[in-house]
Write a protein that binds this ligand. Structure first.
Ligand code: LLP
Length: 419
């Protein structure tokens, strides 16, 4: 859980005062501390790399801002991409095609053609996708995503490895899938699974690794395939709530790499963290615009709603909140932090003990870097907000706010409706 400094009761992010950021760029606004991104990357890479050759495929669905991608490119990261849009964004950010692995689900032929035309390796999710890809190319390195029948995650909605989900080649078909790939002329290089996102326990990673090791052994004994890499997916949880603890990265790396080294000839482990790298590097700042006392609750209405941060409304997720300009004041009252979206479910936080709030106060929602901006929407015709990068006190705008014109650009009205 990242600690933030404060001076004279004012919260600092990457050496800049939160209130100064809002003064200069407005709110709501996402603010990322560059050093925190680098630190997180190095922590996760280091834990695995000291045990075996490691490739980190940053799951860019968590945050695709080009500036963030540049930081991770400089750090030496590779990419997990799930769409042609993510692939092209990462190519523009300077990643070479061989540093990207495309793992789609329910992939169309158009997307298969587009991704393979960029020379980006494809991690195949189904037998149907394999057959369709073989008609486009068999030249690119190939791997399969298997459904390991082991799931984990902070919500039912993000558990991907369970048997009942739509993801991956079913476990009982996986050997046949590799056999078919050989028949079609592919050179399979890797095996991948992803149990889900935001789980806090190491144990499901161990069970998934055991499934992957067994499959790798069968591939070698039955088909003579020696895998180059085993990809354990992402899903390393972070502590969102004060009482939650940080996952022991060293233990995770030890348990997983130990089994891969002992049981397979795969030289490299691939890990695909999104949340771990970016979540706690970024906060969402919002201004209190309205205060309301009802018989049941005190509401603090802010200018950020679930159009900006949908996780609380969509998953019931918890984000810690604080008051950036009253950072050293004790809690005095309980508030629901709510937004301007016309739905009862629109909230950032519920029942939080905070200092007494006034209009104009700046609310900070923590751990907003992963699946924060990337899941924001234009609901209620609200433009997407700005993003700022802070580095040792220097603030850089890394995304301009959308305009109403941006929202209306693609809309067309038939001429008969214009008279
Ligand atoms: N690899 C694959 C194949 C994935 O599907 C995902 C996430 C990751 C890696 C990265 O998982 P992470 O390390 O970030 O947990 N919107 C949800 C999370 C959905 C994650 C989808 N897949 C949320 O806000 O919690």
């Amino acid at each position: 859980m990242r600690k933030f400094e404060h001076v004279d009761g004012q919260m600092l992010i990457g050496g800049a005062r939160a209130v100064d950021i809002v003064k200069r760029f407005g709110s709501p606004i996402y603010v990322t501390d560059e050093d925190a991104v680098r630190e997180n990357y190095r922590a996760v890479y280091g834990a695995f790399a000291k045990r075996m050759p490691t490739r980190i495929n940053y799951a860019c669905k968590a945050n695709t801002n080009l500036a963030i991608l540049r930081i991770l490119e400089q750090e030496g990261s590779c990419i997990d991409a799930v769409s042609i849009g993510e692939v092209e964004t990462c190519l523009r950010a300077g990643f070479s095609p061989d540093r990207i692995l495309y793992t789609g689900v329910n992939v169309s032929n158009d997307e298969l053609r587009a991704v393979s035309s960029k020379r980006v390796p494809i991690n195949v999710d189904s037998l149907s996708e394999l057959e369709r890809l073989s008609k486009i190319t068999t030249e690119l390195p190939l791997s399969f995503r298997v459904n390991p029948e082991v799931g984990s995650g902070h919500s039912e909605k993000v558990i991907t490895g369970a048997k009942s989900t739509k993801f991956g080649v079913p476990k009982h078909q996986i050997i046949d899938a590799y056999a078919r790939a050989l028949e079609l002329g592919f050179r399979p290089k890797g095996l991948h699974a992803h149990i889900g996102s935001g789980g806090q326990a190491v144990e499901p990673f161990i069970r998934m690794t055991e499934v992957l090791v067994t499959i790798a052994q069968e591939l070698e004994s039955k088909l003579g395939i020696e895998l180059e890499f085993i990809d354990i997916g992402g899903g390393i949880g972070i502590p969102y709530r004060p009482e939650e603890s940080v996952m022991d990265l060293d233990l995770l790396a030890e348990e997983v790499t130990g089994r891969i080294k002992a049981g397979t000839t795969a030289r490299t482990i691939v890990v695909e963290p999104g949340r771990y790298i970016i979540a706690d590097s970024t906060v969402l700042l919002a201004t209190v615009v309205d205060l309301k006392d009802t018989p049941d609750k005190k509401f603090a209405g802010t200018d950020a709603g679930f159009n900006n941060l949908v996780r609380p409304a969509f998953y019931g997720s918890y984000h810690r909140v604080a008051v950036a300009n009253k950072f050293d004041r004790p809690a005095e009252a309980k508030y629901d932090i709510v937004g301007p979206i016309c739905e009862t479910g629109d909230h950032i936080a519920k029942d939080r003990e905070l200092p007494k709030l006034d209009e104009g106060d700046i609310i900070v929602a923590y751990d907003a870097g992963a699946y924060g901006f990337t899941m924001s929407s234009n609901y209620n015709m609200r433009p997407l907000c700005r993003e700022v990068l802070v580095h040792k006190g220097e603030m850089n705008l890394i995304r301009e706010k959308q305009t109403l014109e941006d929202l209306l650009r693609q809309v067309k009205v038939p001429s008969r409706l214009l008279v």
